[in-house]
Write a protein that binds this ligand. Structure first.
Ligand SMILES: *Cc1c(COP(=O)(O)O)cnc(C)c1O
Length: 448
């Protein structure tokens, strides 16, 4: 065969040669509009990835523009909206608490210029976040003062820095030296801001006498007594801990890290400490996260004695953990608005959830899946550092396990379930009804 004709033939069919130029694709009207909205960089990246598929022969050159338009992300963030069908209400890897619609709307309002630190009536500087702080104070009248920082760890670090920062002693039970997650540990956090730990008791038991002895050893050096809620594990059997009421008799201030952020006791979570109960029991300060059981944005709450809260607020370190206007807006909306999704999930009844699961199963009956979709009772968990060991009765849609991967990697709305005994369960406790259409569509795509 003649060598030249082989090469000419090759030129015509080789997709690498026929791949359009990046500039030519980018000049398409739809992609130019997208660049105005998403930014040049995001659009270029999408176009490059699409051209790569064309070069690999997966895509015809004439289809490149259409495919690039389809592949554009919905927003200029690569974070994706995900449906949490894991049955873990506050899922750390899925961003903990989903915000309520009211909180999302508040984010939009606060996103631009806003009066977060300006009193519009007088034109003078206003107290930063006064309305969010006012809403928090109103929700927990037991607190003389309230303050908000970046997250729960920042709240505890600020309290420790202010009360025990220069070598002050923090008395804490050995059974409460908690690792929060991702390798971060409360004792190391306390030491990192200059406190000295005085551990009391054993892993499973501690008595008031242990605390008394530790405080008596160093009455002037004891900065505070800390009680940490073991929020992500349960110790059962031969155990004892000392309630806040008794710690309050010791003398030094009592700080309670409740973790999960319940402001008031919740009937479905009888063993979960709340800020109001801890303060009533005599705690001087309570710290908590905003994005666990409170159901709000990531933030750290501090509630308690007005003089202590004021000293926290005025300390230089407070500025380093200052909360932003978006958080303040979302926190206020969470506190004064309709029930956030986390709280709604805690209140959903198994019967309602079972009905929703059955309706989803019925709507997927035509897919010919083997085994066919069905509704089953399920056991959900609070997760995310709250109410460990509590079982929440729920319901799930059961699908073949082979759909787990495709659903999680869905191009439109990823759905994350859990595989249990060879089946995929989509637990509905944390799936909002408004997400159900997306779940159905994703299952149809995954089943194809
Ligand atoms: C979650 C938790 C923290 C840490 O709070 P972040 O908001 O994650 O920083 C601290 N203490 C306890 C008891 C917790 O449960």
């Amino acid at each position: 065969m003649d060598r030249t004709s082989v090469e000419e033939d090759h030129v015509e069919t080789d997709p690498r040669r026929r791949t359009p130029r990046t500039d030519a694709v980018l000049s398409d009207e739809r992609l130019r509009k997208a660049a105005d909205r998403l930014g040049e960089h995001v659009v270029k990246q999408t176009v490059r990835a699409t051209l790569e598929r064309c070069r690999a022969g997966e895509l015809a050159p004439e289809d490149v523009v259409g495919a690039a338009v389809d592949a554009l992300p919905p927003a200029a963030t690569s974070l994706r909206r995900v449906v949490n069908a894991t049955g873990i209400v506050v899922h750390t890897n899925l961003g903990r608490a989903p915000l309520s619609d009211a909180a999302v709307e508040a984010l939009g309002v606060a996103a631009g210029a806003t009066d977060v630190e300006l009193d519009l009536a007088t034109g003078r500087r206003g107290r930063r976040g006064r309305s969010a702080l006012g809403a928090l104070a109103a929700a927990v009248p037991e607190a003389g003062g309230v303050h908000v920082v970046n997250n729960g760890a920042a709240a505890l670090a600020l309290v420790t820095c202010v009360l025990a920062g220069r070598g002050g002693t923090v008395v804490v039970a050995r059974g409460e030296l908690v690792e929060i997650g991702d390798g971060f540990r409360i004792p190391e956090l306390l030491e990192s801001v200059g406190a000295v730990l005085r551990e009391v008791g054993t892993t499973n038991r501690v008595r008031l006498a242990d605390y008394e002895a530790a405080v008596a050893e160093d009455p002037d050096g004891t900065a505070f007594v800390l009680k940490v809620h073991p929020s992500n594990f349960v110790v059962s059997g031969f155990t004892s801990s000392v309630p806040v009421e008794e710690l309050a008799t010791l003398g030094p201030p009592v700080v309670v890290d409740t973790g999960s952020g319940l402001l008031r006791p919740h009937p479905r979570l009888p063993d979960e400490p709340s800020a109001a109960a801890a303060l009533r029991a005599g705690a001087d300060l309570v710290t908590a996260s905003g994005d666990k059981l409170l159901g709000g944005p990531q933030c750290g709450l501090m509630l308690g004695r007005a003089d202590l809260v004021e000293s926290l607020r005025r300390h230089p370190f407070a500025r380093a953990v200052r909360v932003d206007k978006l958080t303040l807006a979302a926190l206020e909306a969470t506190l004064v608005g309709p029930l956030p999704p986390v709280v709604a999930a805690l209140e959903a009844t198994p019967a309602e959830l079972a009905l929703r699961a059955q309706q989803l199963a019925d709507q997927l009956g035509d897919l010919g899946l083997d085994p066919p979709p069905e509704a089953v009772p399920s056991v959900a968990a609070v997760g995310g550092g709250g109410a460990p060991g509590v079982e929440l009765p729920s319901a799930a849609l059961v699908l073949p396990a082979r759909l787990a991967g495709p659903l999680r990697d869905d191009p439109c709305v990823p759905v994350v379930g859990r595989v249990e005994r060879g089946r995929l369960l989509l637990d509905l406790i944390a799936v909002q009804e408004s997400d159900e259409a997306d779940v159905l569509a994703a299952v149809r795509r995954a089943a194809r």
